[in-house]
Design a protein around this ligand. Structure first.
Ligand code: BG6
Length: 486
């Protein structure tokens, strides 16, 4: 690959996690309950009823985890803050002990030359805000979010340079308000679009407040992006792919980066009476907030064709399988009738791609496309805040974990990222998902992502021992070489 550019010298080779998936300590030091503490206790919602009460005990073992990061040579660690540790009821008193935990973590990272990347919201809304206001459906949650953000900006503004506002707004709104597979466990599109709008406002408020309080820092949302493909060159299918892109990407990215909703999607929602209420004040606010970068989480894209189910919803869809964890693939029948996008495209599997054990398409070229498209359309530097392979890992008797499939997956994606950089895409860094194994929201500990194996499973906590997988050494080498070996 002699023609490829090198990775920038300051490129942040990182790894990521989220509070609920690693910390445990669900009620430690004054933490209030979050909507995930409650949701995981509803029978049948998660794999074998797993929850994050203990998770991988990062709350107590963060020093050990950071020392493994240092050993690896990791340049950046993306983590999220649990809002209900900082403000237990979401809007009242600030809990110093909660702040202290993240202060300790940040200090530990900085001491070991690992750049902290702080996510403000990775899905764990304080339960009190859900109960009192209806969570993101209500504008009253916005000042609460601002208060929480202010507490963090003031405390960490000098130490933390990179900040993420919302993680995968597209995923958590769809899962929470469409598919009933995340809290608040609702299936109602009008409510989904309303909540989504309130989150857009909260995102804009947070960005503006950040620029006021932390002018030297950088902030942006992390979006779960998948490139949209037509099944073939048939113009109707190409149009369907455009529609899919509008509904699943532009609907969010336009708001983040241009400060306005795409007209095409808004028109469809208006026709169905499910468009969010957008005031003039809202429009001004959205226009005023400018992220410094776009965070992109990349797992896979989506392939579509012209919708042929439109008139045969009842019969066709019933037999169609869908994955309980994947908003892109799911089309349960009762949603078809009221979904505005249904007449616009139909999801199909891509005949050219293989899938993971969980049915997610493996598509490294789609990664290059994703980076190219987002950069071309929005012109912001890109920070890849997640990418990785969920797989069943086997702990061998000799204590090794031979996750060569993960290495192969990551290597291919890094190569495509290097090509994207060579194409001219401006990039800040890349955070693999994840550093240690962690709780998969719906798949327990069976589906693992880490460079570091954690010895526990759905049935018990065991000793929670950390063991380096083969991929740990591989990534260590990539970082040492600044990707020259890719
Ligand atoms: C992303 C989330 O959607 O995908 C992560 O930001 C999540 O929190 C990751 O863990 C992988 O999802 P899953 O369902 O395979 O655990």
């Amino acid at each position: 690959h002699t023609k490829l550019d090198s990775f920038p010298n300051e490129f942040l080779w990182g790894a990521a996690s989220a509070a609920y998936q690693v910390e445990g300590g669900y009620d430690a030091d004054g933490k209030g309950p979050s909507i995930w503490d409650g949701f995981t206790k509803i029978p049948g919602k998660t794999y074998l009823g797993t929850n994050g009460d203990v998770a991988v005990d990062h709350y107590n073992r963060y020093k050990e985890d950071v020392s493994l990061m240092a050993e690896m040579g990791l340049k950046a660690y993306r983590f999220s803050v649990a809002w209900s540790r900082i403000i237990p009821d979401g809007e009242g008193e600030v809990n110093e002990k909660g702040l202290q935990f993240y202060d300790n973590l940040v200090e530990e990272l900085i001491t070991h030359n690992v750049e902290p990347v702080l996510t403000l919201y990775h899905w764990d809304l304080p339960q009190t805000l859900q109960d009192k206001y209806g969570g993101w459906e209500s504008r009253e949650t916005i000042p609460a979010f601002k208060k929480y953000c202010r507490a963090l900006f003031e405390r960490f503004g000098k130490k933390v340079k990179y900040w993420v506002t919302f993680n995968e707004q597209n995923v958590f709104t769809a899962m929470g308000y469409r598919w009933q597979s995340h809290p608040p466990n609702v299936s109602d599109l009008k409510r989904m679009y309303q909540a989504n709008h309130v989150i857009n406002l909260a995102n804009a408020e947070a960005i503006n407040l950040f620029h006021e309080l932390v002018p030297q820092g950088q902030i942006g949302p992390s979006f779960g992006y998948g490139p949209s493909y037509p099944l073939n060159a048939r113009p109707e299918n190409v149009l369907a792919a455009e529609n899919n892109d509008a509904f699943n990407n532009q609907w969010w990215l336009d708001v983040y980066c241009k400060g306005e909703y795409p007209v095409f999607v808004m028109k469809q929602l208006e026709k169905l009476g499910i468009a969010p209420e957008v005031t003039e004040e809202d429009q001004k606010l959205l226009l005023s907030a400018k992220p410094n970068f776009m965070g992109i989480n990349y797992y896979h894209g989506g392939t579509v064709r012209e919708n042929r189910l439109e008139n045969t919803v009842e019969t066709d869809v019933e037999t169609k399988e869908f994955s309980a964890t994947d908003p892109y693939l799911m089309q349960p029948k009762n949603e078809q009738a009221q979904s505005p996008e249904v007449p616009m495209f139909e999801s199909v599997s891509n005949p050219y791609l293989e899938t993971t054990e969980w049915g997610w398409e493996i598509d490294p070229v789609g990664f290059r496309l994703a980076l190219r498209r987002v950069y071309a359309q929005y012109g912001l530097p890109i920070f890849v805040t997640e990418n990785g392979l969920g797989a069943i890992d086997v702990l061998e008797e000799d204590g090794t974990i031979q996750d060569n499939v993960r290495i192969e997956y990551l290597e291919k994606h890094l190569l495509e990222m290097k090509k994207a950089i060579s194409d001219g895409v401006e990039m800040i860094g890349y955070c693999a998902w994840s550093f240690t194994d962690l709780l998969s929201w719906l798949n327990g500990y069976k589906k693992r992502y880490g460079f570091v194996y954690v010895n526990r499973d759905e049935h018990g906590e065991k000793d929670l021992k950390r063991l380096k997988k083969e991929s740990f050494y591989w990534y260590q080498h990539v970082i040492q070489q600044n990707g020259e070996n890719i």
